[in-house]
Design a protein around this ligand. Structure first.
Ligand code: BGC
Length: 446
């Protein structure tokens, strides 16, 4: 079993975004296969059918990480590769793939950090209601049991869910991600069922000897657009939804006050659920991309019943996605979590941070992504500052190792430290890759 005593420097990826091979070795369909093949959902009709072809090129990709000098790799398992029908019979060939990957990582001294669910739900479970159906939480636990039964002897770090907030909002409330449902606030049961799944999966992982169990939440420091009472109230409501809905039940054992949304109790909650959800954790995974500025809805604005509007953060450089680059927001977020949860906050791992840029090789073949270097340098400095202010941060993972399938944006947004030519699958380490290697080698701690 690899050691996890030092600061973890890693890269992060997700199965559907890199693997391809969607119909190989008995993999079942996922909601993203269905969604991408239904025209009109993804930019330019892109799909993850081939993606980075990592299913066949994994060994080259592990070499890239070894050369980069990271000591950890966060990747997700494709649920339908392991349970093609979402439950029941496991697919040996699917498990064998991850078994080989984990062996290779261990051989290279790279600690595997496995995410169980990074949004590619088996289509068979979606056909039964997906995360609107409570049973899906139990199926997640069964899948956690299968995977950890095979890998927990070599994988010391487990992440049950990736960004359940984003999955609920984009997948079930707005419909811009798979499974493409636009239920607005009627999507709230998806929050509870994912959290219940997290709790049940945590129990299953521990039963198989998993050493460290985390959940990864997407968080954002929320700034009110002005000091007016209306904007302050709106910002608080947004903070509740984005930052507290998935952290409070896990860390404090209760849901935050959702009255700003007209919700007094969540109908999906049953007796005993709160205890299952609030299992002690060994860490909290945090994904940070940018802060958010929130205003009260303008007079007559159609917000679909939501008590806030995104006022946009201005005055900062932006990424290719148009997201503001605010490194100090990461320090603000981490110290804010510590202030909010105090001793209930377990060690924190920044499980994703990165930026998309329009990176292409120059005539000399070099991909000179200076803006990403500036981005990473600033955010690593923010982690250092948060640690100096007393936050127990134990790891930092760059999103992402490779340019990959960026969900509704297809292959348009490039987040990789390594450029991928999707026509030839040629990998070219960018300038930021070489910079990060030097940075890690020179400073084993941030
Ligand atoms: C997700 C990744 C995604 C990244 C950039 C995170 O929300 O976990 O899958 O690619 O952000 O959008």
């Amino acid at each position: 079993m690899p050691e996890v005593t030092m600061f973890l420097w890693g890269t992060a990826t997700a199965s559907y975004q890199i693997e391809g091979a969607v119909a190989e070795d008995g993999r079942g369909a996922s909601i993203w296969d269905t969604f991408t093949h239904d025209p009109g959902h993804v930019r330019d009709g892109h799909t993850g059918d081939v993606a980075c072809d990592h299913y066949h090129r994994w060994s080259e990709d592990v070499m890239l990480m070894a050369d980069l000098g990271v000591n950890s790799y966060r990747f997700s398992i494709s649920w339908p590769r392991v349970h093609p029908e979402g439950r029941g019979k496991a697919n040996k060939a699917g498990l064998d793939f991850y078994d080989r990957l984990v062996d290779e990582l261990c051989a290279k001294g790279i600690t595997p950090a496995v995410t169980l669910f990074h949004w590619d739900l088996p289509q068979a479970l979606e056909d039964e209601g997906g995360w609107l159906n409570r049973d899906t939480a139990h199926h997640l636990a069964e899948y956690a049991h299968t995977v950890s039964g095979r890998l927990a002897d070599r994988v010391p770090m487990w992440i049950t869910l990736n960004e359940p907030f984003i999955h609920m909002v984009f997948g079930y409330a707005l419909g811009t991600h798979a499974p493409g449902k636009a239920l607005l606030l009627d999507a709230l049961p998806v929050a509870h069922h994912q959290l219940l799944g997290h709790g049940l999966a945590t129990q299953a992982l521990r039963a198989n000897g998993a050493e460290r169990v985390l959940i990864t939440n997407n968080c954002t420091p929320v700034r009110p657009a002005s000091g007016s009472p209306e904007d302050l109230r709106a910002a608080e409501a947004y903070d509740t939804l984005h930052n507290r809905l998935f952290n409070d039940p896990v860390l404090l054992g209760q849901y935050p006050d959702l009255s700003a949304y007209g919700v007094t109790t969540l109908d999906a909650v049953r007796d005993g659920d709160a205890e299952i959800i609030a299992q002690p954790l060994d860490g909290l995974g945090i994904n940070y991309y940018n802060p958010t500025r929130i205003a009260a809805p303008a007079e007559g604005a159609d917000t679909g019943g939501l008590p806030f509007e995104d006022a946009g953060v201005t005055g900062y450089p932006t990424t290719a996605f148009g997201w503001p680059v605010v490194p100090d927001g990461l320090r603000e977020l981490l110290t804010g979590l510590r202030a909010r949860y105090g001793d209930a906050l377990p060690p924190v791992y920044v499980t994703e941070n990165g930026c998309s840029q329009a990176d292409e090789p120059g005539p000399d073949g070099v991909v000179d992504d200076q803006a990403r270097i500036t981005f990473l340098d600033g955010h690593i400095e923010a982690v250092r500052a948060a640690i100096a202010e007393g936050v127990d941060v134990r790891g930092y993972y760059v999103w992402s190792l490779l340019d990959n399938f960026e969900w509704a944006e297809g292959y348009d947004q490039r987040f990789g430290l390594v450029h991928v030519d999707f026509a030839t699958q040629k990998r070219t380490p960018k300038a930021s890759y070489h910079w990060l290697r030097e940075r890690i080698a020179a400073h084993p701690e941030p």
